[in-house]
Structure formats: C-alpha cells, structure tokens
Design a protein around this ligand. Structure first.
Ligand SMILES: Nc1ncnc2c1ncn2[C@@H]1O[C@H](COP(=O)(O)OP(=O)(O)O)[C@@H](O)[C@H]1O
Ligand SMILES: O=C(O)C1=C[C@@H](OP(=O)(O)O)[C@@H](O)[C@H](O)C1
Ligand SMILES: [Mg+2]
Length: 174
C-alpha cells in the first residue's frame, strides 16, 4: 500500500466477466495485496437476502437483478475493489456507472472454466452445464468488451500473476 495516504490503486476497481472467470477470487486477493476494502456483490446480496440459488427459486431472476442493482450501485460509490456477478453488467444503469470506474474484464475459455464450475451453486447453469455457460458467454461478450479498460485471459494464469497485471496497470496515485 502507498504510504503517502494515496490509495495504491485506482478505485473503485471493478472486475467483470463470465461465471468462473475468477472475479471473486482475484478481487479478494487484489484487495488484500494492496490493502483496500473488498466488496463481492454476490456476497452482499446473500447477506441481505439469503443464498443466491434460493433467491432465484423463490423470487425469480428479475427480483435477483433488482437486489443486485441496488448492491452494485452502492458498491460503485465506495473506494474498494468490487467483484460483480457475471450478469450485473446487463443493467443499463450499471453500464453507465462503469464508465467512470477502472474496469477489468477477466476472460476464460470453456475448456478451462469447466473444472472451475464443478460443485458451484450457480442457478443459471443448473441442468445446462458448460453448453449453457458458452451460450451466456457469447451473448454477453460484447457488453463486457464495451466496458473493459483491461482484458486478462485467466485460463492459464495464476491468481498472483493476474493481480500483478492489474496492479501494474492501475497502480499508483489516482
Ligand atoms: N486464475 C485461476 N486459475 C485457476 N483457478 C481459478 C483462477 N481464478 C479462480 N479460480 C477458481 O475458479 C473458481 C471460480 O472462481 P470465482 O472467483 O468464484 O469466479 P467468478 O467470481 O468469476 O464466478 C474458484 O474455485 C476459484 O478458486
Ligand atoms: O452470470 C450470472 O448471471 C450470475 C453470476 C453469478 O456470479 P459469478 O459470476 O461470480 O459466478 C451470480 O451473480 C449469479 O449466479 C448469476
Ligand atoms: Mg463471483
């Protein structure tokens, strides 16, 4: 962390990308490494509304997206590393908010992500597996691309190396 009082990273620094790209894991490691707060928007939604799969089952996806937008809007006003859920960028207001943030798009190939999704609890993939993941990824890719300041393929990169690349690009004073 910078010792002159300035944050060691441009903030908010926001991680976007498909399910399993590593947004939550990399965001946590990055925040710890530079000594700034970390917000995982899915974790915040779960604190308020319970497990994500239960929200989907009980209230439906539209309700989840409304909860998500509320949490994302708050998080983007904080000086923190913020890891979004994969679909958060679909909200037009979030797209507008991200114009002012440092945005890192984590990508991953279908081959590499398959093993990462095993045992996960992602309602959008329930019963659809990797084919469903690919279809969602193809549909959202243009949105991720339009918002990103930096793109990092995580398929064959360690979390430590990804953190290093983000810090190299967005480190320093604001
Ligand atoms: N660079 C990486 N290399 C290998 N495995 C990773 C990497 N980044 C994350 N993972 C693993 O992939 C899984 C999904 O990561 P997660 O951070 O939850 O992704 P996301 O938040 O983008 O859905 C976790 O088990 C995590 O430990
Ligand atoms: O892509 C999506 O629409 C979703 C991604 C998930 O987060 P991760 O991308 O962190 O897995 C979570 O928000 C929810 O299951 C919906
Ligand atoms: Mg996540």
């Amino acid at each position: 962390m910078a010792d002159d009082g300035a944050p060691a990273l441009q903030l908010p620094l926001v991680l976007i990308g498909p399910m399993g790209a590593g947004k939550s894991r990399v965001g946590g490691r990055l925040a710890t490494s530079v000594g700034v707060p970390f917000i995982d928007t899915d974790a915040r939604i779960e604190e308020r509304h319970g497990p994500i799969d239960e929200i989907f089952a009980r209230d439906g996806e539209a309700a989840f997206r409304a909860f998500e937008r509320e949490v994302v809007a708050e998080a983007l006003n904080e000086h923190a590393v913020v890891s979004l859920g994969g679909g958060a960028v679909l909200h037009p207001d979030t797209q507008a908010d991200l114009a002012d943030a440092a945005v890192v798009w984590l990508t991953v190939t279908a081959e590499a992500v398959a093993v990462r999704l095993v045992g996960g609890n992602r309602p959008l993939l329930a019963g659809g597996g990797i084919e469903r993941w690919k279809a969602i990824q193809v549909e959202r890719e243009p949105v991720y691309a339009s918002l990103a300041d930096l793109e990092i393929d995580t398929s064959r990169r360690s979390v430590a190396r990804i953190v290093e690349q983000i810090t190299e690009r967005f480190g320093g004073t604001r």
